[in-house]
Design a protein around this ligand. Structure first.
Ligand code: URA
Length: 234
């Protein structure tokens, strides 16, 4: 990679400023001052600015306990977004614009949201080709019928959807509340699954994605870094 691009990517500085630093003789590569902006940097090279190492900023992986009324979008003109709760000053400038939600929730759904700067990891969480379980606590307007349970467990067909859902697991708490684990992420999937059984979701809360369980100590809209085990469990 060109030296000016390497500096811009890893500091968040505009390319023009990176070029200036190089021309000013403030950048060294493997202890030799380099003043050519097009100099090629290798993966193992030590690049320094005024003697301080410039290295790849490491990716961020967080869980948030999303509150009701918050949207999982980068910008929204009407509603607060999950990113409004994040202290961006603590994030390396080169990573700030890469913050992304790995698996959105509806505005009225609460619970576990994963936020990362790592696009590949996001893809692992959300890829339709993976069968990662997402567990929801669901409250319904009507009692859940025996027939509805059988349909959901077999893979229920949704309106305007050519393919039925994958089989899901359901366990009842009460006649009108349950835990539901689904293995895909279709648009409004849980609400549409119960709508297909002539029922209506009145409260939806995501508790877990794979083995990443929402930390019950997190207040609404609070977030924390994932542990290495949580990052790698997918
Ligand atoms: N299914 C829904 O219907 N809504 C969500 O927010 C998540 C899953």
């Amino acid at each position: 990679m060109r030296l000016d691009r390497f500096i811009a990517n890893n500091t968040g500085l505009p390319r023009k400023e990176a070029c200036l630093l190089i021309k000013q003789g403030r950048i060294s590569c493997n202890n030799a001052v380099i003043q050519q902006t097009a100099f090629k940097v290798g993966a193992d090279d030590l690049v320094e600015l005024d003697g301080d190492t410039i290295k790849d900023p490491t990716h961020l992986y967080w869980m948030m306990n999303k509150a009701q009324g918050i949207v999982c979008a980068n910008h929204d003109s009407e509603h607060p977004t999950v990113f409004d709760s994040i202290d961006k000053t603590a994030i390396h400038p080169a990573l700030r614009q890469n913050l992304q939600v790995a698996g959105r929730l509806d505005k009225d759904t609460t619970g576990l949201v994963l936020i990362t700067t790592d696009g590949q990891w996001n893809h692992t969480v959300t890829s339709p080709h993976k069968t990662i379980g997402k567990r929801y606590r669901v409250e319904l307007a009507e009692s859940i019928t025996e027939e509805a349970i059988l349909q959901i467990e077999a893979g229920i067909a949704l309106r305007n959807e050519p393919q039925a859902c994958k089989p899901a697991q359901i366990s009842l708490f009460s006649p009108n509340s349950c835990l539901l684990t689904i293995h895909e992420g279709k648009y409004h999937q849980v609400k549409r699954m119960f709508a297909a059984t002539n029922n209506r979701v009145v409260k939806l809360h995501r508790e877990a994605i794979a083995n990443i369980k929402l930390d019950t100590g997190l207040k609404p809209n609070a977030y924390r870094a994932l542990t290495q085990d949580e990052i790698h469990c997918l």
